[in-house]
Design a protein around this ligand. Structure first.
Ligand code: MRU
Length: 361
């Protein structure tokens, strides 16, 4: 599958090369690439969401560590620790930096080889998640085709939130991976993309990359999801995750929890798709996941014109960027090694023990 962008890549040799990434704040209107040649430039790109999505943030930080070593081997740890302050919620950031700190001997060449390995492994994990998730879609399609219920809309509808796609990873995405694989198998399905207030990653990024791949995608405003479910247009929901606790509670873009509650009411299966690098076995449950707070501008004037009263009038804003979906609302977590189902601490542990990566200790 050929997509019209490269999310992120390393350009040049280990000692003098740099990180190139597509500026996601400009998509879908402009495809502009940013060259990050200093640790601070990588930090800024992560902070302002030029690169975003848990796995992509981790990969960017891994390459950022290589740049840190170019700048100063003596200050490597300090640079790595600085990168870790760029965003708080996605555990892939800390996981990747932790991996990079373990590289010995610490040369730019060895560090680059490891960053490339993290990038390639992420691509492989996306493919594996895609293959496991595809089987769920295939099964649903078989049931949908067999149904004689006139309210059952033709084909199957998959709802997703935010962007857990190729733009968020080193491969074909996590939540989108089963969709890309199903598309390759010529399965008939359509995707509903929540636009995802306030920064519209669903409409700007997910709808963009799925449409570019030829997948049938329909954008809805976040507050339309319940109605679309009631109209029987949704057969399943798949989202990504930024951090999954040891009991399976999963943090993802704000609004994901709403969908899980709605899915429960409407009896629609709700899946989280995530690689092992998104699990945080240090925390027993989701109450320990730090939730990033974003600036009020994202609510009051997200894309230029102001959509809130002037500050002088005193209307306040509150802007948590993530929420936590309790494990009990998750039908299954789709990992590179198969499904965690039911989502219980024991099943999380059993599956993680089989995963390619050792989760953070
Ligand atoms: O604030 P963002 O755009 O980085 O949030 C991204 C998400 O919430 C994604 O769904 C999540 O990171 C999974 S990406 C495979």
């Amino acid at each position: 599958m050929k997509l019209p962008f490269t999310t992120l890549e390393w350009i040049g040799p280990a000692t003098t090369g740099h990180l190139r990434l597509i500026d996601q704040t400009k998509l879908p209107n402009e495809s502009t690439y940013i060259d990050c040649k200093t640790v601070q430039e990588v930090w800024d790109a992560i902070k302002r969401l030029s690169v975003r999505g848990a796995p992509a943030i981790g990969i960017a930080a891994a390459y950022g560590c290589v740049i840190g070593a170019q700048q100063s081997l003596a200050a490597f740890e300090q640079n790595a620790d600085h990168l870790a302050t760029s965003r708080p919620t996605a555990v892939n950031l800390f996981w990747a930096i932790d991996q990079m700190k373990k590289v010995e001997p610490r040369t730019p060449e060895n560090l680059l080889a490891h960053a490339v390995q993290i990038h390639n492994d992420d691509r492989d994990m996306c493919n594996a998640i895609g293959n496991h998730g595809f089987k769920i879609i295939e099964q649903l399609a078989a049931t949908a085709n067999a149904s004689t219920d006139p309210s059952n809309h033709s084909g199957i509808g998959i709802l997703t939130h935010c962007n857990a796609g190729a733009l968020a990873t080193g491969g074909i995405g996590t939540a989108t991976a089963p969709m890309y694989v199903a598309h390759q198998h010529d399965l008939k399905f359509n995707v509903f993309a929540d636009e995802t207030r306030p920064l519209l990653q669903g409409s700007r990024l997910t709808a963009y990359e799925l449409a570019a791949a030829g997948i049938d995608v329909t954008i809805i405003c976040d507050d339309m999801a319940a109605q679309v479910m009631r109209e029987n247009r949704i057969s399943m929901i798949i989202t990504g995750a930024d951090r999954i606790a040891a009991n399976g509670d999963a943090a993802n873009k704000i609004g994901t929890y709403n969908l899980a509650v709605l899915a429960n009411y409407h009896n629609i299966p709700f899946y989280i798709a995530a690689p092992s690098s998104t699990f945080d076995m240090n925390i027993p449950d989701g109450s320990h996941i730090p939730i990033e707070q974003r600036g009020s501008d994202e609510i009051t004037q997200g894309f230029g014109s102001r959509t809130a009263p002037p500050d002088e009038l005193g209307a306040k804003t509150y802007c948590p960027a993530f929420d936590v979906t309790p494990a009990e609302l998750i039908t299954a977590i789709i990992t590179e090694r198969g499904l965690i189902n039911p989502v219980t601490p024991a099943q999380v542990l059993a599956t993680l023990n089989n995963l390619r990566f050792t989760p953070p200790a």
